[in-house]
Design a protein around this ligand. Structure first.
Ligand SMILES: Cc1cc2nc3c(=O)[nH]c(=O)nc-3n(C[C@H](O)[C@H](O)[C@H](O)COP(=O)(O)OP(=O)(O)OC[C@H]3O[C@@H](n4cnc5c(N)ncnc54)[C@H](O)[C@@H]3O)c2cc1C
Length: 457
């Protein structure tokens, strides 16, 4: 065999798997194949001057390359079983938390020391939420910030580069079972290994689907979260964000009993475009560096949509809605909450005259022409519920950007050690459908590395 272990994908799942393997057994031959670029070569061409919006690069540097989809993220590592994935269903709640804390320790040792760990334990806000039909989920949150997150990734790469063979700009085409292991085919070459860890994340979802079909691995797909990104003056949410940084708050709508939740909260942050398979959606992040902080806070409000038989293309449904917003606005649409409630589109003048200065250049428009009624009703109800714990949320000038879609990878059938029905072929991170966060994806990498180490012993 060319390698003991081949890892496909250099996102958090792949990185922490490689780290754990190399640290404990430096003599192992490990290769990492990554369709994107090295970290220092990654860069999005949008500069706000020459390139104002997404130009659909063949290889999206936001989603691909060393560090994966999280490389330019806000670097929020949530240590919790309440959200971010269902790793605990495979490895148990205690072990899942231990793995996430272990990853936190690695981050601290690689540049994250001094960053703040927020916690919901003992907060009075929990009661305030409950009194207003809202539920604050339990979590500890390590906020690295976009800049420190980058430093941690740089240091991990420097350390791993000596122990691991990295193949960048090398998308794997096929993984084929062979006697005693696997053949991995990429760019007209093939490499063999005893064990293979697949960690292709969200951007590798179509490839993952094809691979599972070819290898006879069952999958399931039935969930998508759709909503908007809310942007408002940071002062309105300061009592929440100063104490918790990110609060995950859930509301159940009165009309449809749909769960609506806050997601990815960025105090003093910016709203950004995100390109998913050529469709422009919205996201957000924030910097640790005080010089890069804004006066606004942004967060997503998402309505979870679970489909039942016979419909199973939940991601296709989400993509169609996002495409509709792209069709109407040429990209992301922004609307004042007051305009939405008055049933009229926002205009550049109304946005300019408002008290909230947008941090993303988006097309003023009408989100009610894009979002299905049930989802829009849920978002409006949630905004009024949040207004009770953070007065001002339902102000006319609150900005709503749409659409934000949280795609879920299909669920790959795995046994408890995250191995497929093919011995030695593991699927981890967001590509497995088990995780959808930095901490869970990273923890799944460490878990599988330990499983392999135990079998090699
Ligand atoms: C803008 C943004 C902000 C985010 N912020 C946060 C946050 O603050 N906190 C949080 O918990 N989560 C956040 N997330 C989500 C988080 O980044 C992901 O959950 C996490 O990166 C998943 O890790 P992963 O290793 O499973 O997959 P990924 O990070 O997606 O990495 C997969 C890698 O595999 C590569 N790949 C795909 N197919 C192939 C192939 N065929 N061959 C070779 N390589 C391949 C891809 O190029 C990619 O680099 C954010 C995501 C985005 C996009």
């Amino acid at each position: 065999m060319d390698y003991d272990v081949i890892i496909i994908g250099a996102g958090p799942g792949g990185i922490y798997a490689a780290y754990e393997l190399a640290k404990n057994r430096p003599e192992l031959k490990i290769a990492v194949f990554e369709s994107g670029k090295r970290l220092d070569e990654r860069g999005c061409p949008i500069d706000g001057v020459k390139v104002k919006s997404c130009i659909n690069c063949k290889n999206c540097s936001i989603m691909s390359g060393f560090g994966g989809a999280g490389a330019f993220s806000d670097g929020k590592y949530n240590i919790t079983n309440d959200f971010g994935g269902t790793l605990h269903e495979y490895v148990g709640k205690e072990q899942a938390l231990e793995l996430m804390r272990y990853v936190d320790g690695i981050n601290l040792a690689h540049g994250g020391e001094g960053t703040k760990l927020y916690s919901t334990a003992d907060t009075a806000l929990k009661k305030t939420c409950m009194q207003n039909k809202l539920k604050l989920l339990d979590a500890q949150v390590r906020h690295l910030g976009t800049d420190i997150n980058h430093v941690v990734l740089e240091r991990l790469f420097d350390e791993l580069n000596d122990a691991v063979d990295f193949f960048f700009l090398t998308p794997v085409e096929r993984v084929c079972p062979i006697e005693g292991g696997y053949r991995v085919e990429a760019l007209n070459a093939s490499f063999t290994c005893t064990r293979c860890i697949v960690s292709v994340g969200r951007s590798g979802s179509a490839w993952m689907e094809r691979t599972c079909r070819r290898l006879g691995i069952p999958t399931q797909s039935n969930r998508v979260d759709i909503g908007v990104r809310v942007e408002l003056p940071a002062a309105l949410f300061a009592h929440l964000t100063d104490e918790l940084y990110e609060s995950k708050i859930v509301y159940r709508t009165e009309k449809f009993e749909d769960p609506v939740r806050t997601f990815c909260m960025n105090p003093h942050g910016i709203v950004v475009n995100e390109n998913t398979n050529g469709i422009i959606t919205v996201n957000g992040h924030s910097y640790e560096d005080p010089a890069r902080k804004t006066d606004n806070t942004n967060f997503a409000l998402l309505v979870a949509k679970h489909f039942t038989e016979p419909f199973s293309d939940s991601n296709g449904y989400g993509e169609s809605i996002a495409r509709l917003s792209n069709m109407l606005g040429g990209g992301v649409i922004v609307q004042r909450f007051g305009d939405l409630m008055r049933g009229r589109r926002s205009t550049a003048d109304r946005i300019r005259d408002g008290f909230v200065t947008p941090t993303l250049k988006a097309e003023p428009g009408d989100l009610s022409l894009v979002l299905p009624k049930r989802i829009l009703d849920g978002i409006i109800e949630m905004i009024f519920a949040l207004d009770k714990i953070a007065p001002g949320t339902a102000n006319d000038d609150t900005l709503l950007y749409g659409v934000e879609v949280k795609f879920y990878n299909m669920q790959v059938e795995l046994v408890d050690n995250l191995e497929t029905r093919h011995p030695g072929l593991y699927v981890i991170g967001d590509g497995s459908g088990v995780t959808h966060s930095l901490s869970h994806a990273s923890a799944s990498g460490v878990f599988v590395a330990r499983d392999i180490l135990a079998r090699l012993a």
